[in-house]
Design a binder for this molecule. Structure first.
Ligand code: SF4
Length: 451
């Protein structure tokens, strides 16, 4: 599709750039930064490969299947356009890309925004008088306007044996707290109603900068997990918005956040990737905080914050996982009664230490364990959701589908958790309404607006 040219506008000569964003929410935030930079320099964004002056592919290199998907996306862009700039996690190992696609214009690694822009300038020089005012102050979001991911740090100090993110993205680098809060303020001012805090390890925020302190609104605040949660909570509640925490590890200082949840400053929701429960598997996984007595911690958290929703992810079929380890995990799940759970079958990642471990689990065993795990969790989830029938919950409206509004309660993060099917009238995306729950199933709730 050729880009239409109109006369007498600066936009007519502005080069157009396409962007394909693959991978996790962190990669999505990188794409948003690139888009924001492109628009601030006057570039137009192309909805298709054809007609674009160049295409940026932001890749994911976390799992081999993600790498395959990234290579396929590069291939598609090469075939349809031919002027392709590759960035993102896979860009950390450029030879994997250039071996298959020697004609890509440039390959840059994750967060190398400047290098991406240098490659864009070389491929399609910007117009002189850039339209800086085309960029909304909050930047360009790929998420719907009513929620936004807020990335608080890059990289990770942990060395989980199945993960290559630290070798791709480096050690933890926290953004100064005032920078993060200024971004949150801009987002809220632009109408964002839910801020989703993301990083590789949210509770480690600020460790790298020794919790550097900054002046902020007549007081001093530290680049630290609890200060960040408190300040974000203040900003969000003043704007009638929600704050949700992702990728938190159960370090002891995390307990401090539950009082903010009880006060309604931060959603009573915590996303903790436990990955397993068996001490032997966790040790082999080299998980952070693997020696914590997590069941005890979970029970205490629930006492501290009775409305708490705990979401987690798990891996089954990790090398060396025995039948006993797996049964231990199932038993642990019954006791932990987590609210929201995702489960993956272990997949070796090139370059990961876990590949050197003995005891590979056969695919059919992984498959069987995954089904058993999901069955157990489905039962827990259905029973937990049933207890919500008859209650009235605040729900944020995401969209209208087949005549019914689709929203989420505090227990549901976008894209990964369940939803609330809402009957109501004249609701808008981003509205937060009170919904009386009338019905539940394994993953979702159903209800009608009250009040
Ligand atoms: S915490 Fe572990 S899994 Fe998560 S990014 Fe760091 S090393 Fe990878």
């Amino acid at each position: 599709m050729a880009v239409k040219k109109k006369s007498n506008t600066k936009e007519e000569t502005a080069p157009t750039i396409g962007l394909v964003s693959l991978g996790c929410p962190k990669a999505l935030v990188d794409s948003e930064r690139i888009l924001t930079q492109l628009r601030s320099e006057g570039y137009q964004l192309s909805p298709s490969y054809e007609g674009a002056d160049a295409v940026i592919v932001n890749t994911c290199g976390f799992l081999d299947s993600a790498k395959k998907e990234s290579l396929a996306a590069i291939g598609e862009a090469m075939a349809a356009n031919g002027r392709v700039i590759v960035t993102g996690c896979m860009g950390a190992e450029p030879e994997q890309i250039t071996k298959e696609y020697p004609k890509v214009l440039a390959v840059t690694g994750p967060q190398q925004y400047e290098e991406v822009m240098t490659a864009v300038h070389a491929a399609a020089p910007p117009v002189h008088d850039a339209y800086v005012d085309l960029v909304p102050p909050q930047g360009i979001k790929l998420t719907p306007r009513h929620y936004a991911y807020l990335k608080i740090s890059e990289g990770c100090n942990n060395r989980c044996s199945f993960c290559i993110i630290p070798s791709l993205r480096g050690d933890l680098v926290s953004r100064p707290i005032i920078q993060v809060l200024a971004e949150a303020e801009r987002l809220l001012k632009a109408g964002v109603k839910e801020i989703l805090v993301i990083s590789q390890d949210t509770s480690a925020y600020g460790i790298d900068s020794k919790y550097q302190a900054y002046p902020w609104k007549n007081r001093t605040i530290r680049t630290k997990f609890i200060d960040l949660c408190r300040e974000l909570g203040e900003l969000a509640t003043a704007n009638g918005a929600w704050v949700r925490l992702h990728y938190v590890y159960p370090y002891p200082h995390v307990d401090e956040v539950f009082s903010l949840m009880n006060e309604g400053k931060v959603l009573p929701y915590i996303d903790i990737p436990f990955q397993h429960a068996s001490p032997a598997v966790l040790k082999n996984m080299r998980r952070p905080a693997h020696q914590e007595k997590t069941l005890e911690r979970i029970h205490n958290w629930r006492k501290m914050c009775p409305d708490l929703t705990i979401r987690s992810t798990f891996i089954v079929g990790f090398p060396g996982e025995t039948d006993e380890d797996f049964e231990f995990l199932l038993q642990w799940m019954q006791e932990a009664q987590l609210d929201r759970v995702g489960c993956f079958k272990y997949e070796p990642v090139k370059g990961a230490k876990a590949n050197e471990l003995a005891g590979a689990v056969p695919e059919e065993v992984k498959e069987e364990r995954w089904h058993r795990f999901m069955q157990v969790q489905q039962g827990i989830s259905a029973a937990k959701l049933k207890t919500k029938v008859g209650k009235t919950l605040p729900v944020i409206i995401d969209e209208m589908k087949d005549g019914v509004y689709i929203g989420r309660s505090s227990a549901d993060a976008p894209e990964i958790d369940g939803v609330v099917h809402v009957t109501g009238k004249n609701l808008k995306q981003g509205d937060i309404v009170q919904v009386k729950i009338t019905q539940s199933d394994e993953y979702d709730l159903f209800g009608k607006v009250v009040g």
